[in-house]
Design a protein around this ligand. Structure first.
Ligand SMILES: Cc1cc2nc3c(=O)[nH]c(=O)nc-3n(C[C@H](O)[C@H](O)[C@H](O)COP(=O)(O)O)c2cc1C
Length: 359
């Protein structure tokens, strides 16, 4: 991008965000675990798949709209749960919720949100949203988060299962990153009884590392909301999630921030889709930067994808309006990619629309 040119894609927003953020927060948002192999591979893996477009299909009327667990959305791309968004921009989670609502999509709100789930809901009351759940060692904190989500009209609980401990995030170790004093994370404050500054490693230390599939089953039984399991990478765990009552599975490696060296999410997706075998909706996140990536994921069996860093870069670069612009850019790219594949709607995408690169 040069001079005053308007950003035209996610990569442009990433550069703008890198210019807008201080080194510590930038390292926290951008970084991954270990050698960041999985972080890079999440993006690069899409280059190992090719689309197989079909011609002479009437695409005079197209729409990216779809539904996720029964909620209508304008496109098969949702906002992934990303912690402490006020660190990116004062508009924070409330701005992100309004951006998602304006773009017609759904936001999944992090347990480590800087705005209470109740206030995020109030900032965009008519939009659908999910609550991402971390299970705290203090079960009262977990219960309060679930109760707040139920009371405030959240449509589902997405339990994150890939973070019983924080990954080795070396950018944060080097920068000594702490959540600054002026930024409060209500759930963390409740868990420690004060809002003192905390490293990310301390925050994850408050979570229940003893969690098992039985706990998932108890959560499913204890809430009227559908439960999704976020952070599955294998057929075995996809199957277990369904057997323990999950209504959805998110194939995810936490954006390369947990166990380094695991498969890119898009490469793990097919085996999970096969194991789930239509018994629940399968989602994926990690490395989605283009509308064509979304169509690839749909062809490999995803109901929809989630994007973490892309809307976050929009928020950092331009607050609520920036996040909205990124989501609208992606919606335009998805609609175009669908049309050029000969798919008027997401429901028209089939496994025949994708192939593995063989060279
Ligand atoms: C800065 C940051 C914070 C995140 N915080 C959370 C979180 O609180 N809970 C969670 O389940 N996932 C969290 N994630 C993971 C995202 O939900 C998602 O899996 C990941 O960002 C997808 O990869 P992408 O950034 O390439 O789209 C976070 C990711 C980032 C980049």
């Amino acid at each position: 991008m040069s001079g005053s040119a308007e950003p035209v894609n996610v990569a442009d927003y990433e550069r703008l965000a890198a210019g807008a953020l201080d080194a510590g927060p930038l390292g926290y948002f951008a970084g991954g675990a270990g050698d960041e192999r999985t972080l890079r591979d999440n993006v690069e893996a899409f280059g190992r798949w090719q689309l197989r477009p079909r011609m002479l299909v009437d695409i005079s009327e197209t729409s990216a709209a779809t539904s996720v667990l029964g909620a209508e959305v304008s496109m098969p791309l949702l906002v992934a749960p990303v912690a402490i968004q006020e660190l990116a921009h004062p508009d924070g989670e409330a701005g992100m919720a309004r951006a998602a609502a304006a773009a017609g999509t759904l936001m999944c709100v992090s347990s480590f949100s800087t705005t209470a789930p109740r206030d995020v809901a109030a900032s965009a009351p008519d939009a659908p949203r999910w609550m991402q759940l971390y299970c705290f060692r203090d079960a009262g904190v977990t219960r309060a988060l679930v109760a707040e989500a139920e009371e405030c009209g959240y449509r589902a609980i997405a339990v994150t299962v890939d973070a019983p401990r924080a990954g080795r995030r070396e950018r944060d170790l080097r920068s000594g990153f702490v959540v600054p004093e002026e930024i409060t994370v209500p759930a963390l404050a409740k868990a420690v009884g004060s809002d003192r500054p905390m490293t990310i490693f301390e925050a994850f230390g408050l979570l229940d590392a003893a969690l098992t599939w039985d706990d998932l089953e108890r959560l499913v039984a204890g809430s009227p909301l559908p439960v999704l399991v976020k952070g599955v990478l294998t057929a075995e765990d996809g199957r277990l999630a369904i057997e323990h009552g999950a209504k959805g599975v998110v194939v995810s490696n936490h954006g390369g921030r947990q166990l380094d060296g695991v498969a890119a999410s898009i490469d793990a997706l097919p085996e999970v889709v096969e194991a789930v075998d239509g018994r629940a909706e399968v989602f994926m996140d990690g490395g989605v930067r283009r509308g064509t990536d979304v169509v690839t994921a749909l062809a490999l069996g995803a109901r929809a994808v989630l994007a973490g860093r892309p809307p976050l870069w929009g928020l950092a670069a331009g607050g609520q309006a920036g996040a909205q612009r990124v989501l609208e850019l992606l919606r335009d790219e998805i609609t175009l990619a669908l049309a050029l594949c000969g798919c008027p709607t997401p429901a028209d995408v089939t496994p025949e629309h994708v192939q593995r690169v063989t060279r």
